[in-house]
Design a protein. Structure first.
Length: 180
């Protein structure tokens, strides 16, 4: 009896997932997550360069810029993360893709590193760069790259967020019925 239930669940897993998956968090059917993620990506990557600029010039301006980039990147990353988490939890086609969960885990790790990087700079942004700041920035940049690669995989390989909206599906169905 147990093997029959196991066989049935394995058959379910053996079916290919639909090629495209719609979005749930959108404005006029345009997914919000891809509208928000460029900002934390740019901010968290830019910290590496502003840290290096500070180390090369010892100009306090670059230390302050790094602090603001870390804060902005973390806060906007949290916003993007909330939206991405809603997509993951609301859309079954995303939950069933390993790339969706891998992207989620990398993004959570990135936000944790970004938050620690930001907190470490709050009291003294200049000395933080000499300490662990540059290392946290480099780790954050690596995590941005991995999370971005996995997010791109979801869009370009699995076509997540590119699926037809319910209204479009109904219109297609009505059009097919009218042709018959």
């Amino acid at each position: 009896m147990r093997s029959l239930r196991l066989d049935a669940s394995m058959k379910k897993l053996g079916h290919p997932l639909p090629r495209s998956t719609p979005t749930a968090v959108a404005i006029s059917r345009h997914p919000i997550h891809p509208m928000v993620v460029p900002f934390p990506i740019a901010f968290l990557l830019a910290i590496v360069f502003t840290d290096l600029a500070y180390l090369a010039t010892e100009d306090p301006f670059w230390g302050r810029v790094s602090l603001w980039l870390a804060g902005g990147g973390t806060l906007l990353g949290i916003l993007a993360g909330v939206i991405g988490t809603l997509e993951l939890l609301l859309i079954r086609g995303i939950r069933h893709r390993p790339a969706g969960w891998s992207h989620f885990v990398m993004a959570v790790m990135l936000l944790a590193v970004g938050f620690i990087n930001w907190l470490s700079r709050l009291d003294d942004p200049l000395n933080a760069i000499h300490g662990s700041g540059l290392y946290l920035s480099l780790l954050g940049a690596a995590l941005v790259s991995i999370a971005g690669w996995l997010g791109g995989d979801l869009v370009f390989e699995h076509q997540v967020g590119l699926g037809k909206h319910q209204d479009e599906n109904r219109a297609d169905e009505q059009h097919r019925n009218a042709d018959q």
